[in-house]
Design a protein around this ligand. Structure first.
Ligand SMILES: Cc1cc2nc3c(=O)[nH]c(=O)nc-3n(C[C@H](O)[C@H](O)[C@H](O)COP(=O)(O)OP(=O)(O)OC[C@H]3O[C@@H](n4cnc5c(N)ncnc54)[C@H](O)[C@@H]3O)c2cc1C
Length: 409
């Protein structure tokens, strides 16, 4: 396998890096001033930044020029994403760029593509992925939000929960029940719902990590039929394919690498018991282990990108494990850093006694909210089925297990 990049690809990397370096504020602190708990001014800054990046085509480099992209291949997309990951920032429209947008690309009509994609590519529109409900998290097929046909519209009633929203969304990429079928996943459809449609309301949850999740309520919300995405009652299958986009990427490892580099500097500069932390053998071992983890994560991410670029020749794509490792390491690494820092690791950003700008405490909290894109257990189930091709547990056995558990209670 060739591990290098071409001259053009290296030039693209330099252009993208220069653009981010010039446009990001000099005092930007990755990992602290990200999209979490933003002030109004910071939110405005990130929206403006998103638009500037969209004007360059760097938000969606792989999309066609008609839809606002640069028409580049998977390797080039990986480069742009890696450079963005290095900066440590977040897009307000993460869900539009990585989930709803790709789904519209794949399953949308020509009209839908024309109507929705340029707004995402230009960084103007913000989308939320509105899938999770109180009883439909991992059990995504158990959707209760109901969409009922009414003339030229569907009328939606129900609730979503734990939806990440950095700013008020322009659109909600919504999963809803359209038929009472058995099995349940055959009666679900996808809708593109305006975020300010009459009957849509939001309630902040104030969670510990991301701090920006909401409940969303749909009260007789009318959605025109042309906003149905893909086939009626096939929404579950469409949504599952689109999850691949959320679970992959080169940005995560790049962001982790930058954090570790900063942490190494901190360990070199910080004295304990009369010598730099970095001279403590246990600290050296832990830092080396984190570096190995991140390198593995990075290589897996690039392997998946390479596979995407070759997939016509190679057949079905593999399950990309980089998102899986991002989940594992983004939980473990802040814990390790916390141990190395001792009590100072617990001091918050803003405390004048905080070391390393309080980033470790923040990351430690964020690391506890590892549910976006599904839990680790569910990721393993997907890996077993799609990645390794292991047979699924037949439905009849699931029923037998549920019955046995029920009988024991
Ligand atoms: C920070 C954050 C951001 C989020 N953003 C969004 C968003 O933007 N949009 C959105 O739609 N949702 C979002 N979610 C919701 C997220 O998708 C769900 O939390 C996730 O799918 C898990 O569902 P649940 O919370 O209902 O857990 P449950 O399904 O209730 O699971 C509870 C526990 O049981 C385990 N479990 C469940 N089923 C199995 C099984 N078959 N085998 C083994 N173990 C199992 C799980 O792993 C977990 O540990 C977000 C969540 C968080 C924490």
């Amino acid at each position: 396998m060739e591990f290098g990049f071409t001259e053009e690809q290296e030039k693209l990397r330099k252009d993208v890096r220069d653009f981010f370096m010039n446009e990001m504020p000099e005092d930007f602190e990755p990992g602290v001033e990200t999209m979490f708990s933003l002030t109004k001014e910071q939110t405005e800054f990130w929206m403006t930044f998103q638009k500037k990046t969209g004007e360059k085509g760097y938000l969606t480099p792989g999309w066609s020029e008609e839809t606002g992209g640069l028409g580049l291949g998977p390797i080039e997309q990986g480069i742009v994403e890696e450079e963005w990951g290095r900066t440590g920032g977040r897009w307000p429209n993460f869900s539009g760029l990585h989930i709803a947008g790709p789904a519209v690309q794949v399953f949308g009509t020509e009209e839908q593509k024309k109507k929705f994609l340029p707004g995402i590519a230009k960084g103007e529109a913000v989308w939320n992925q509105a899938f999770t409900e109180p009883e439909a998290g991992s059990d995504e097929a158990n959707q209760q939000l109901r969409a009922v046909e009414d003339g030229d519209n569907y009328v939606l009633n129900g609730q979503k929960t734990f939806i990440t929203t950095y700013v008020k969304p322009d659109y909600l990429y919504t999963l809803a029940r359209t038929a009472d079928t058995e099995p349940k996943h055959r009666g679900i459809s996808l809708f593109l719902v305006p975020g300010d449609a009459p009957g849509v309301s939001y309630r902040a949850l104030g969670s510990m990590g991301f701090g920006t999740q909401v409940d969303i309520f749909y009260d007789n919300v009318k959605v025109p039929k042309e906003n149905l995405l893909g086939e009626l009652n096939r929404g579950f299958y469409h949504a599952m394919s689109a999850f691949e986009f959320e679970r992959s990427g080169t940005g995560g490892p790049a962001s982790a690498k930058r954090s570790l580099e900063e942490f190494v500097e901190f360990c070199k500069e910080t004295m304990r018991n009369g010598k730099p932390l970095m001279e403590d053998p246990e600290v050296r071992r832990s830092v080396a282990q984190m570096a190995i983890d991140i390198e593995v994560q990075r290589l897996i991410a690039w392997h998946a990108v390479w596979w995407f670029s070759e997939r016509e020749k190679l057949g079905p794509k593999p399950y990309d494990l980089s998102g899986f490792f991002t989940k594992i390491f983004s939980t473990q690494h802040p814990e390790t850093m916390m141990n190395i820092m001792g009590l100072y690791g617990q001091l918050r950003t803003g405390s004048k006694w905080a070391k390393f700008a309080g980033k470790v405490e923040r990351r430690w909290q964020i690391a506890r909210s590892v549910h976006p894109a599904g839990t680790l257990e569910v990721n393993k189930i997907v890996l077993a089925g799609r990645g390794l091709g292991l047979p699924r547990v037949p439905a009849k056995f699931n029923k037998q297990i549920a019955k046995a558990l029920g009988e024991k209670k």
